[in-house]
Design a protein around this ligand. Structure first.
Ligand code: TRP
Length: 470
């Protein structure tokens, strides 16, 4: 198939993508992408470092005002073009008489996906290792110092981490290689429901841990003194990261969505599920943290250093701990696959690369890039300051900050501007098919004005904020 514009071939598509078997498969897959380490590993430590309730409040505001409209925009664009993000942007721009330069959004997204997956795979590797540590009873009755030392010794040993990182990336590549229905869809259909049940069980345990009131208060009591620009920027970045927005992951999943499915309703379900899981993770983690007198601001090691201490002390802790890390591996797995799917779709549709090979190439590249993160926790660690916060894990911190705080929000602004202004109103209205006109007007207003302005202000602060502080 050729996609032409004024007689010139713009895209040579020799691969027609498959579709989800139903709208539910899409909702599950997108929820699988959204719910991941971002909710269970990152959200609690960001809340812990951001001072609790204030961070949570800004996060929730960003989810509603920025997350929902941009997610709808990504799905809308993907489904309209049914191509990889690069070609979706290119073809839709041509259709609307705009510059083919919009495809930059797709390229930026692919690069961002590789960067995120490179460190995501390493953290998922830690998680995988902790399934086995837990199951072997390594945490039972250990004292806190020893458990902390265990994590320290593990992450600073590149060879051991490499083994688990490699295993996780192989798992990810395998699912992607099997394709939309046989791979992605089958995997999420099993994993997502299991994950919900396991998380509920953990919160239930946490309610009896003795720290529940304190944990609840920490999460939901807003202390406005703690609302620094850095916290606000972090909360917005976290909203993008957690909802998988700004790099085309949701766009490519949207491109496999059957034509008649409702975009608004699906988005609503995905966003609710993602938010509920993040809050449940907070409710599972913080009571345990407080009940055991642990440090909420421990950063990336938070769940690996604190939870095993709690698991080590609780009755049946070997079982609960193992279950928790299994859950986390599942969550990470269904997220990781969406990070390379845009690149895989692009390789298959424009380069005629077979899906299996495309999965191996992209997974392999992210695996290789992951070496920089692995080494950031040992020999190649270096530190720098970012918005007044000391960062000590070199490349890992750079990749994490660059994607979460810069390229995802930038991609998000461009997607919002494109869907809101470049796509003709009649076209977006026809594609979204929201039941009510008011609903459409609200989406359009949020997409055209609110999200670009909010995100834009934060990015400007990031660029020029130090002049204000100086
Ligand atoms: N949202 C996932 C999480 O919370 C991570 C993720 C998957 C992601 N795909 C993404 C983040 C695309 C940003 C963009 O763990």
């Amino acid at each position: 198939m050729f996609i032409k514009n004024r007689g010139k071939v713009v895209v040579h598509v020799n691969y027609v993508h498959a579709q989800w078997s139903s709208r539910w498969a899409f909702v599950l897959a997108a929820t699988g992408s959204a719910v991941g380490l971002g909710n269970i590993w990152k959200f609690p430590y960001m809340v812990g470092q951001g001072g609790g309730g204030a961070f949570v409040l800004v996060y929730l505001v960003c989810i509603v005002l920025i997350g929902i409209p941009i997610m709808m925009s990504e799905v809308l664009l993907g489904r309209r073009a049914r191509l990889s993000p690069v070609n979706t942007m290119r073809v839709l721009a041509q259709q609307e008489g705009a510059s083919p330069g919009w495809q930059f959004v797709g390229w930026l997204g692919m690069a961002t996906g590789f960067l995120i997956l490179s460190f995501y795979g390493v953290v998922a590797g830690w998680t995988l290792a902790y399934v086995f540590h837990s199951a072997s009873g390594a945490f039972a009755m250990e004292n806190p110092q020893h458990i902390k030392a265990l994590f320290g010794a593990f992450v600073t040993d590149p060879q051991r981490v490499l083994v688990w990182h490699t295993l996780f990336m192989a798992m990810t590549t395998l699912i992607v290689a099997r394709g939309v229905q046989a791979g992605l869809e089958k995997a999420v259909k099993v994993m997502m429901p299991v994950l919900f049940i396991l998380l509920l069980a953990l919160v239930f345990y946490s309610m009896g841990s003795g720290g529940f009131d304190e944990g609840w208060e920490f999460l939901f009591k807003t202390d406005f003194d703690k609302l620094t620009p850095a916290v606000i920027l972090g909360a917005m970045g976290q909203a993008f990261f957690s909802l998988s927005l700004g790099m085309g992951a949701i766009m490519i999943y949207g491109s496999y969505l059957p034509q008649r499915s409702s975009i608004g309703g699906s988005t609503f379900l995905i966003v609710i599920a993602d938010t509920v899981v993040a809050l449940l993770a907070g409710l599972a983690v913080f009571p345990i943290v407080f009940a055991n007198g642990l440090e909420p601001a421990a950063g990336p090691p938070l769940i690996f250093e604190t939870l095993p201490i709690a698991f080590g002390q609780m009755p049946g802790g070997t079982f609960w701990g193992t279950l928790f890390f299994v859950l986390l591996v599942f969550a990470a797995w269904t997220s990781a696959i969406s990070l390379i799917e845009p690149a895989v779709a692009w390789l298959t549709e424009t380069r005629g690369v077979r899906r299996v090979l495309a999965a191996v190439l992209t997974g392999g590249f992210a695996w290789l890039l992951g070496m920089l993160t692995i080494m950031s926790f040992s020999d190649w660690a270096f530190s720098f300051r970012f918005l007044g916060v000391e960062k000590t894990h070199g490349f890992f911190d750079i990749f994490e900050l660059l994607t979460t705080n810069i390229t995802l929000p930038l991609g998000g602004i461009l997607i919002a501007l494109f869907a809101g202004w470049t796509i003709r109103r009649s076209h977006s209205q026809e594609e979204l098919k929201l039941g009510s006109l008011a609903g459409f007007e609200i989406w359009l207003f949020l997409t055209r004005f609110v999200s670009p302005v909010m995100v834009g202000m934060l990015l400007l602060y990031l660029l020029f904020g130090h002049y204000l502080n100086a």
